[in-house]
Every structure is written in C-alpha cells, then in structure tokens.
Design a protein. Structure first.
Lengths: 112, 114
C-alpha cells in the first residue's frame, strides 16, 4: 500500500510564492505527478518527476527526492486563477502497468 | 473537440436503482480508467481497461461493473445503488497502460443517491 501526505489547505496572497509539500511511503515507486483541480472541474496535469531534481514549467516547478520520499510543487507569482486543489499522485509499479495513487489534495486559496 | 467526455454530468437517483455512466475519448489512447472522488476530495482508482481488457480492478463492490466495447469507450454500470455511492465519478484516459503518461480526465459525473 501507499501513504501520501500533503497539507489540507494553504493561503497566500496574489503575487506571492507557495510551496506545497508531498511525502509518500510506497511499496514501489516509479514517478510522481502533480495535478490541478478547480472546484467542480476535472483534474488537469501539471508536472511529472521520475528522477531526483527540479522540473520547471513557467510559473510552476516540481521537485523530487526519491531517497526522502518527498516532493514539492512551487507556484510562483500567484494569480487568483491559481486558487484550486493540487493533487500529488504516485505511480505504483505493478507488473507491466502502473496505477496512480492520489493524495487527498491541498486546497490553495489566493487572496487579493 | 472534447478529449474525454462523460454522460450524464449529473445523476440523482434513489437507493436500490440501477444506473449507468458512459465515457468516450477521442485521443486514440489505449488505456481508460474510472475514478471515484468522495466528499473529502480523495480521488481513488476503481478500474482500468487497456484495449478493451480489464487490467486494474481495485477492491470495489460487485455492484459496480465496467464495460469497454472498444478502446474509445468505457462505461460503468452500478446496480442496487446505496447512499455511500454518492460521489463524483471521473473517467480518464492515457496513452498506454504504463501510467508514465499523463492522464486526461473527463468532466466528471456527480452521482447523488437519495
């Protein structure tokens, strides 16, 4: 089984930076995803890390440390539209196929 | 064009009824999934099909039966609905079964059982 932990909620002001941490304990690991989900909508893909280090995509960056079972998503220059839930998901290594185990999500609230 | 579509978007029904949710993807993907997102927003995989073949079947009551007539379609039939089945059900697809590729989610079906 897997345990995936992330904070329930974070609040930040427009223009600021927020870092969402995700820790995991897995029986098998082969990659970590971050998804964004606005209220009442479908999750959409943000980033994928399989090797240690930082992946940068515009205002969003994601970091992975496999030895520590730790990842973070960094949101820079926050905008109001970034208010959403951010889901950390670990790829479970199961035979020739994989499945994603999702954390409960971190609700980010951006204030003016 | 919508990549992954689901019908219906909302479903309100009484306990004991049987209902179906349909999903279609036009991305040419091989793999499709059903997820359940409960009131605490926890997204949990239920089933996965790869080219019409069931490859993931999590611990889900037998009342839930998925069917994939072709690789572009995945349906979910639920028998004898219970209050605890109330949730948002998401369909998703990905390029292949490896789960290395991002998954594309449908808009969700909000099921309310009364």
């Amino acid at each position: 089984g897997q345990n995936i932990d992330q904070p329930t909620e974070m609040t930040a002001t427009e223009g600021a930076i927020v870092q969402i941490n995700c820790t995991y304990q897995t029986s098998g690991f082969n990659g970590l995803f971050w998804y964004q989900q606005h209220a009442g909508e479908a999750p959409t893909f943000l980033s994928y890390n399989v090797l240690d280090g930082l992946e940068e995509k515009g205002r969003f960056s994601s970091f992975l440390s496999r030895s520590k079972g730790y990842s973070y998503l960094l949101l820079k220059e926050l905008q109001m539209k970034d208010s959403a839930s951010y889901l950390c998901a670990v790829r479970d290594r199961t035979d020739s196929w994989g499945k994603l185990q999702f954390g409960a999500g971190t609700q980010v609230v951006v204030t003016p | 064009d919508t990549a992954v579509s689901q019908t219906p978007k909302y479903l309100v029904t009484q306990m004991g009824n049987d209902k179906s949710i349909k999903c279609e993807q036009n991305l040419g993907h091989d793999t499709m999934y059903w997820y359940k997102q409960d009131s605490k927003k926890f997204l949990k995989i239920m089933f996965s099909y790869n080219n019409k073949e069931l490859i993931i079947n999590e611990t889900v009551p037998n009342r839930f039966s998925p069917k994939s007539p072709d690789k572009a379609h995945l349906n979910l039939h639920i028998n004898s609905l219970e209050l605890g089945d109330s949730a948002v059900y998401f369909c998703a697809s990905s390029q292949d079964k490896s789960a290395f590729y991002e998954q594309y989610f449908g808009p969700g079906t909000r099921l309310t059982v009364t």
